[in-house]
Design a protein around this ligand. Structure first.
Ligand SMILES: [Zn+2]
Length: 234
């Protein structure tokens, strides 16, 4: 085999490995990103629930003070009953008392609704907080493993690249440039094996004469269809 073709085959194998490692890291990084976004979204959702709960609690305190005020007013009116001097005054006080009772009753309804709503939202926020805490812990644990895998891959990548650089020095620069251009335009594959009488890059059947030339391997022979460099593996 032409020595340069042998070196190119080796580089091609290295480039396949490099692409595999790069793809693996891309997937791992995307996974990390996606999971981070997921948790951030849940944090925002929880924050909104907590804010809503605060508003409801403020409402509740405000309405409780209003109820107290209504009750104080009622006490005042009830005392007044004993001090009235005429039927007309009695009717007026009775009217005030009836009005205050109505206010009290509707305020109690409002408070009850608020209390139920706060109970519900407290339950939801407690559950979601618990869930988020668990998910964050799980993610932190997972992300440590993912990041360690990413770092292992980066290390592998640098070793593999170093190996490629070593072999590159044995290849004539214009042939190497040719290889790199072809690889770029041919989905990372510039040097391919003949398999079942076909170019394993584009799967076109090769003429028997060409296969014989490839087997003799006195020069670098390219596929007529995809221009990839071909080799015969015994
Ligand atoms: Zn081809």
């Amino acid at each position: 085999m032409v020595p340069e073709l042998r070196a190119l085959i080796e580089i091609q194998q290295i480039d396949v490995v490099i692409r595999e490692i790069e793809t693996a890291n891309l997937i791992l990084n995307k996974q990390l990103e996606r999971e981070k976004e997921e948790i951030a979204k849940k944090k925002i959702a929880l924050q909104k629930i907590v804010e809503r709960k605060d508003v409801l609690q403020k409402d509740l305190r405000h309405n409780e003070r209003m109820l107290q005020q209504i009750e104080q007013n009622m006490e005042g009116f009830e005392k007044k009953i004993y001090q009235v001097k005429s039927q007309k005054e009695l009717e007026a006080v009775d009217h005030e008392i009836a009005k205050a009772r109505k206010e009290k009753s509707s305020m109690e309804d409002i408070l009850l609704t608020l209390i139920l709503e706060i109970e519900e939202i407290s339950k939801t926020s407690f559950e979601q907080e618990k869930e988020l805490k668990k998910e964050t812990e799980d993610f932190n644990c997972r992300s440590q493993k993912i990041e360690s895998n990413i770092n292992i891959n980066i290390q592998k990548l640098s070793e593999t690249n170093a190996k490629k650089q070593e072999i590159i020095t044995t290849i004539e620069p214009s042939l190497l440039a040719n290889y790199e251009r072809l690889r770029e335009g041919r989905n990372n594959l510039a040097v391919v094996q003949v398999e079942g009488g076909m170019c394993s890059g584009c799967f076109i059947a090769l003429p028997p004469q060409q296969i014989n030339e490839i087997k003799m391997s006195n020069s670098i022979i390219r596929c007529n269809s995809c221009a990839r460099m071909l080799y015969w593996k015994e």
